[in-house]
Write a protein that binds this ligand. Structure first.
Ligand code: FAD
Length: 415
């Protein structure tokens, strides 16, 4: 691709915005298209952690005890809509197989190679976008209610730290109480992951990246990605200001990617894990984000209040909200912290864009010239946006890529 090429990036979440930014930094004429302002969907509603420690992707639980607890909805970390399961069965079966000992290690290796660049790739963008005020570089805590679970998790954390060059600190109950005075009860302790960063307003970070993209000469446009059409010269999309033509188009629509892919003839094993959040005011906030491992919830101090986020809900993306997980998470979180006043009348609902092999899809569309994919970042798209954006920009430009792109190619799903 020459430096005068034009590129349409569809979707202004963390992934699309970073892709547009990296292309603009390389001198291309880029239009970033969304039906909303940048960073108002999934990239707004997450727990805001730049998860440098998440070197292993979120596997399908395989212990019978855990599966039974999920089936009977005993815990708050997973929920499902019975009616959605027949439609999901094939993809979940692949997710299950990919989480087993035969396939998972190679998947985790590929995942770890990408996540290794998480903070290094956010750092220059945060600096250039003037977003330092949103970022805390002090890690976050996995908290534990019982000593045996803490000990097992510590052993695993230390092994991962050794193999991936991560830093952790162990906190016993007393050290945790000192570190987090907002905690109302004495817990067994915590693992302090020191490498991750946390963001006090995730949507605002995307908005600042998008503003920086505009300062570099990039254009934001309001439009519906569903109007994308192939032309003899490339691609066109309808925007509020008329048709926009470009040589290249990037699909970065997060959990909505499948809706554009199907009319183009692609059937990738994509699904969503929905998640909820709500903010609370009036009590003492934790200093750092807390991941309550037993309950599968994250409690993060944010600008709007203390944000409580839930685990996964297997449901159709557009099915009505069923926030019982959030209700339960709220009960568990109130055992830990004083969370008196909910900020929103209704919880926020979003959807993690997942693939059956837990790896994002980054690279060329197998059957369309000038079409590129960047989606499927599941539990860590907020973390992976900058490195994924860089990788795709390098692939479009034919540069040496920051990591081997083969594990993320869409070709792996296309026969
Ligand atoms: C509860 C929860 C907690 C999470 N916590 C974390 C965390 O702590 N750390 C982390 O790294 N990740 C976390 N994640 C995951 C992370 O939020 C996602 O992986 C990431 O936001 C996906 O980014 P994206 O840019 O691919 O998608 P999105 O942010 O959803 O962006 C897609 C964009 O496409 C646009 N769009 C869709 N359809 C159209 C259309 N037809 N026309 C035009 N535009 C369209 C949307 O408006 C949207 O702006 C969490 C997710 C959830 C739900």
């Amino acid at each position: 691709m020459t430096s005068s090429s034009t590129v349409l990036v569809l979707g202004a979440g963390m992934v699309g915005t970073c892709t547009a930014l990296h292309l603009a930094m390389r001198g291309h004429a880029v239009v970033l298209v969304d039906r909303r302002a940048p960073g108002r969907e999934t990239s707004y509603g997450n727990a805001g952690i730049i998860q440098r420690e998440a070197v292993e992707p979120y596997a399908f639980a395989r212990s019978l005890a855990k599966l039974a607890s999920v089936a009977f909805k005993r815990d708050a970390d997973v929920n499902y809509h019975l009616g959605a399961l027949p439609g999901l069965a094939g993809k979940l079966a692949r997710y299950w197989r990919n989480s087993g000992a035969a396939r998972y290690p190679a998947i985790a290796q590929a995942y770890g190679r990408l996540i290794a660049h998480a903070t290094d790739e956010h750092a220059p963008l945060i600096a250039a976008a003037g977003a330092d005020d949103l970022v805390r570089r002090e890690g976050y805590l996995h908290i534990f209610r019982d000593a045996a679970t803490l000990d097992a998790a510590l052993a695993k954390a230390r092994a991962l730290s050794r193999s991936h060059g991560l830093r952790t600190a162990a906190l016993d109950g007393a050290a945790l109480a000192t570190a987090e005075p907002a905690l109302r009860q004495r817990l067994a302790g915590a693992i302090h992951w020191l490498d991750p960063w946390s963001v006090s307003d995730p949507g605002e970070l995307v908005a600042r990246y998008a503003a920086h993209f505009q300062r570099l000469g990039g254009t934001l446009a309001e439009g519906d990605a569903a109007t994308l059409r192939q032309t003899t010269a490339g691609w066109t999309v309808q925007s509020a200001d008329g048709a926009i033509e470009a040589e290249h188009a990037v699909i970065a629509l997060g959990p909505w990617a499948d809706r554009l892919l199907r009319p183009l003839g692609y059937r990738l094993p994509l699904f969503v894990k929905r998640g909820y959040h709500r903010h609370y005011r009036g009590g003492m906030a934790p200093r750092l984000p807390l991941y309550d491992t037993a309950r599968g919830l994250v409690i993060a101090p944010m600008q709007r209040g203390v944000r409580l986020t839930t685990g996964a809900e297997f449901a159709r993306q557009d099915a009505p909200a069923t926030p019982w997980q959030l209700g339960r998470a709220q009960r568990y979180a109130r055992e830990l912290l004083d969370l008196p006043e909910p900020v929103e009348a209704q919880p926020w609902l979003g959807a993690r864009p997942c693939t059956a092999d837990m790896k994002p899809v980054i690279g060329p569309a197998p059957r369309h010239r000038g079409l590129w994919f960047n989606f499927g970042h599941a539990h860590q798209g907020f973390t992976l946006g900058p490195v994924s954006g860089r990788l795709l920009a390098e692939l479009i430009d034919g540069e040496a890529p920051v990591v081997d792109p083969a594990p993320y190619a869409a070709q792996r799903f296309v026969k």
